[in-house]
Design a protein around this ligand. Structure first.
Ligand code: G3P
Length: 219
């Protein structure tokens, strides 16, 4: 199981990378636009924080031929980049071609297990189902993950399931139970996951009780 951070916020990535739990980062045009500045520079900064991590960078071109060229240019920035391409029929030939050429592709905006299976057939590295966005339209997004897991295992697909658009700690638990290979987490959700009020309270209580003993040095 791997954890990615779903952000382009360099300071937060730096901070949470120290936990040793961050295996990569997923960016998208929204995240990069929010941070401002030169997106290529930002990507390089992220890679310098996680030199062995996997960093997803999304294409911004629209026409398939331009997407193909841009994907190659993005992949050239660093060997640990996965290129995000939307799961749209117009891009299927390009996705298959790039996958065959050895480019690590993360197919984004996946909303059905069938889309995911088709992308696995094309040999992509990751498929990213957007759980929260399905729930936004009252569809059971989480149901997708066990379906995808079952199909991938049944057919021996090596494509990794990257659970995206996760919004809550319960989503995280359910994605883990469903066997997602990667969970990409917004910073606020990662912060929630790594803390528990009862752990904090327990530490305070142990400290208070220990002080009562009056021992200066232990052991
Ligand atoms: O990685 C996908 C993610 O950025 C989308 O999340 O919460 O905008 O649906 P959200």
């Amino acid at each position: 199981m791997k954890f990615f951070l779903d952000t382009a916020d360099v300071k937060s990535i730096q901070k949470w990378a120290e936990t040793g739990l961050v295996d990569g980062v997923t960016t998208n045009p929204t995240h990069l636009s929010k941070e401002g500045g030169d997106p290529k520079k930002k990507i390089k900064e992220i890679i310098s924080i996680l030199p062995k991590g996997d960093v997803s960078v999304e294409v911004t071109e629209q026409k398939p031929e331009a997407v193909y060229k841009q994907a190659l240019a993005i992949a050239k920035i660093s060997k640990n980049i996965s290129v995000k391409i939307p799961c749209h029929i117009d891009y299927y030939p390009v996705i298959g071609k790039l996958a065959k050429e050895g480019v690590s592709i993360n197919v984004t905006l996946v909303f059905t297990a069938i889309q995911a299976a088709m992308m696995a057939r094309l040999g992509v590295h990751y498929v990213s189902p957007f759980i929260g966005r399905l729930e936004d339209i009252d569809v059971d997004g989480m149901q997708l993950l066990p379906e995808m897991r079952e199909i991938f295992d049944l057919y021996g697909f090596k494509t990794e399931i990257l659970a995206a658009s996760l919004r809550s700690v319960l989503h995280v638990r359910d994605a883990m139970l469903a066997g997602a290979d990667v969970l990409t987490l917004p910073i606020a959700l990662f912060e929630k996951m790594v803390q528990h009020p009862l752990t904090d309270r327990g530490i305070e209580m142990f400290n208070a009780d220990w002080k009562k003993l009056g021992v200066k040095q232990f052991p």
